[in-house]
Ligand binder design. Structure first.
Ligand SMILES: Cc1cc2nc3c(=O)[nH]c(=O)nc-3n(C[C@H](O)[C@H](O)[C@H](O)COP(=O)(O)O)c2cc1C
Ligand SMILES: Nc1ncnc2c1ncn2[C@@H]1O[C@H](COP(=O)(O)OP(=O)(O)O)[C@@H](O)[C@H]1O
Length: 319
């Protein structure tokens, strides 16, 4: 998949394109339907399918300090959308100036002049332009003027304990924040993953008999609620970010209150594994929450709980 940042870096030889526009944070099942529709349309028209997305999250620019938790880094998003058949991903820096473009200027200067859209595929709730004044109806009207067609795709639904919910990044963030990884996975169509680099911790794990890979992730990463989880550690290629090996793990999220820690960490004890992971680019996948984080009176209490966590992890992962 081709990938570039900034409109000025757009390759000149793309020809006319099928464009799908959105933040696509999480690349959840609703996004997958939408991107699938854009890819199918592109194949039928024998045009490249181009995904236009933004960085940072527009909320941070429009309402400073209100950055939402990020479900997928740009590298992970690229890996996922490439897997859906997208041919090119263009990342537009979302700046205050960009946020002030009128909807016609966005349509003309971005979609028409730079990306040469023949067809635009968006969700039926898509908005664009200054103060989000544009919608699918205005885009279709501009398309008639500038010579591209518009397809608005219905949003995917999911049944949960609370009845029908519309699958959205906001819904997945709420599931992750509550530690409900099963609902998050249902909406995502795969397990939620935190990407980062393995850093040094307090060097206590090995002495306890449970060495843990401490994973440091970028600011704003959507980290599940404090607690202990069954899941996996995924090793990644440091250059491409591509996923490699997937190893079963018991995962701890919290401040290690037994040792009066103050920093919140994500730590994975990889089952049946002994090796050096420091500096590795990894992902931590969360399958199921086992219990809350606890402050034990002594190390024996913690060790007994960890032994049970490992047994529970084997059961949840059917190992
Ligand atoms: C499966 C698992 C469960 C854990 N549960 C707790 C817990 O309930 N309370 C706690 O204080 N720390 C818990 N921890 C974190 C340990 O305290 C931590 O891994 C240990 O102190 C080693 O830290 P280090 O990697 O910085 O050396 C857990 C870790 C794992 C892997
Ligand atoms: N089974 C395992 N799971 C996780 N990390 C392991 C495992 N075996 C060895 N390691 C290595 O040990 C390191 C963790 O050891 P630990 O004593 O917990 O130190 P730290 O406090 O620096 O995390 C990991 O970063 C990794 O390099």
């Amino acid at each position: 998949m081709l990938r570039w940042r900034g409109l000025e870096s757009t390759p000149g030889d793309l020809g006319r394109t099928v464009v799908t526009v959105g933040m696509y944070d999480g690349v959840h099942r609703g996004h997958q339907t939408l991107i699938g529709a854009a890819v199918a349309r592109a194949r039928a028209m024998r045009r490249p399918c181009l995904l236009l997305t933004f960085d940072p999250h527009p909320a941070e620019v429009v309402r400073p300090g209100s950055h939402p938790a990020i479900l997928t880094s740009l590298d992970r998003k690229a890996e996922l959308v490439a897997g859906l058949g997208v041919d090119a991903m263009c990342v537009l820096p979302f700046t205050p100036e960009f946020s002030r473009l009128t909807r016609e200027t966005f349509t003309h200067s971005v979609l028409v002049e730079r990306l040469h859209a023949a067809q635009v595929v968006v969700g039926e709730n898509f908005t664009y332009g200054h103060k989000a004044s544009g919608n699918v109806g205005t885009l279709a009207e501009e398309g008639r003027r500038f010579g591209f067609a518009v397809e608005g795709v219905a949003l995917a639904q999911d049944s949960s304990d609370d009845g029908e919910v519309t699958i959205s990044s906001t819904y997945v963030r709420a599931c992750v924040a509550a530690g409900d990884m099963v609902s998050a996975a249902r909406a995502l169509g795969r397990l939620h993953r935190v990407d980062g680099v393995v850093v040094r911790g307090d060097r206590r794990g090995r002495d306890l008999g449970y060495p843990t890979a401490n994973v440091e992730s970028p600011q704003y990463t959507a980290i599940p609620a404090d607690g202990v989880y069954a899941g996996h550690l995924v090793t990644r290629d440091p250059r491409s970010g591509a996923s490699q090996e997937r190893l079963p793990a018991a995962i701890s999220v919290g401040t290690n209150p037994t040792f009066q820690g103050s920093r919140r960490t994500v730590e994975a004890f990889v089952l049946d594994f002994d090796g050096d992971l420091y500096g590795e680019h990894v992902g931590v996948e969360f399958a199921h929450r086992l219990r809350p984080m606890a402050a034990f009176d002594d190390v024996h209490g913690l060790l007994a709980a960890m032994a049970k966590d490992v047994a529970d992890t084997r059961q949840v992962l059917r190992l």
